[in-house]
Ligand binder design. Sequence first.
Ligand code: SF4
Length: 494
Amino acid sequence: MATEAPSCHGGRETMLDAARTAGKSEQVARMLADYPRGPHDQPQSMCPAFGSLRVGLRMRRTATILSGSACCVYGLTFTSHFYGAKRTVGYVPFNSESLVTGKLFEDIREAVHETARPADYDTVIVINLCVPTASGVPLDLLPKQIDGVRIIGIDVPGFGVPTHAEAKDVLAGAMLRYARNEAEAGPVARPRNLVDGEPTVALIGELFPADPMGVAALLAPMGLAVAPQTPAREWRDLYAALDCEVAAAVHPFYTASIREFRAAGRPVVGSGPVGVEGTEAWLNAIGRAAGLPQSRIDLALGKALPAIRAALDAAPIKARVTVSGYEGSELLVARLLVEAGAEVPYVGTACPRTEWSEADRAWLASRGTHVQYRASLEQDMAAMLEVKPDLALGTTPLVQKAKEQGIPALYFTNMVSARPLFGPAGAGSMAAIVAAQTRGRERFGRMVSFFEGVGTPDGAGYGFREKPVDPPGFRDRQRKLRAAKAKAEEAVGT
Ligand code: SF4
């Protein structure tokens, strides 16, 4: 009898066991250590592999190939194009036979050889989704490079990587590791815009595009510049990032990437320059990690802090706000809100607790904020319903729930992450969105009473003139039919 291919509905433990049995014990152990699990055993947001796919698609001269079930690949390609990817997503399909006979690996290898054209690409990324990972498709046996094109294979299953945020780290870390090994082996390509002898700070995390410029302005008085960000936008940027003086884990969940910066001998600093107190602590930590004298650090503080103070004072926030998200910047956003005057009783992040957000957690906890790591949607909703905020920042289902309750709410990813967060620009932008949304509270209340009962299960949708009603006697007839069927089945069984 042919071996059954594991189903992607098999449950987390079944899939993990299958992956271990299929020869991926080492990869499974690394995933579980890097991305500790939360209260739920399956991702509660989009497919985690989207994080890796997006990192690959945003990088110049990089081809990205998926190996997984067609339904997963359909969803991932749809989402990537929805978010504006202008690149082709490669796909190597499989069926039960090609999976269990090892033909899928042969097909992947063939696809990689066809794709690895040095004129077009620096790198080819292959991503194993749930089923190929659980089946042990051995991407580590792919050639490491073909005609100078680097080949990187990674496993990003939903049963091992809990959020798409952490999946970004899986690929970013794999690329940093490859680049570090290259740099250690001999000369590498010169990064664009490299200024010789200029010490830099490498920011870790996908940031709003204006933020690195804002951070550069904060660092300039100390004589520090900003290195290319992680995840990188082109291969040679990886060398420049690794060549930094200090790595800044602004998004605190990049465990694999931070491991590479540390292996390259770089000190790593957590938190970020938010608000007056956050910026003061961060600039001090960066300056000290770079070995600068306090007088140089004080120059930067003297320039940054008054400007941030002025921006916060110009737009104070008077509202109770809850914050939930899966971006990794939730604690920083909450700090900024608190410094601006908001009451923030709850922050939930789908990301895990790490040492890089510890300063933010302690700062928030000392001001009465409950910080929930690996927050589930149920925890986020319960917190929002309990504290009844003037504004809930959260994920799509949380925002929907808030609106049903007449609570003004904003989608974290599109509205909060799409604004500057750091320095004076961040301090100014947050107040504007909070004020605009909380002004609408009364309008939300009117909407709830207007739509009362519409869209809830029994009265969902619209009739020709009014809310649909059940045909007379329909439910009664159905109940009797179900009872008769159950009785008949019972009779057969005895
Ligand atoms: S790859 Fe895994 S987590 Fe992603 S959609 Fe498919 S089954 Fe779900």
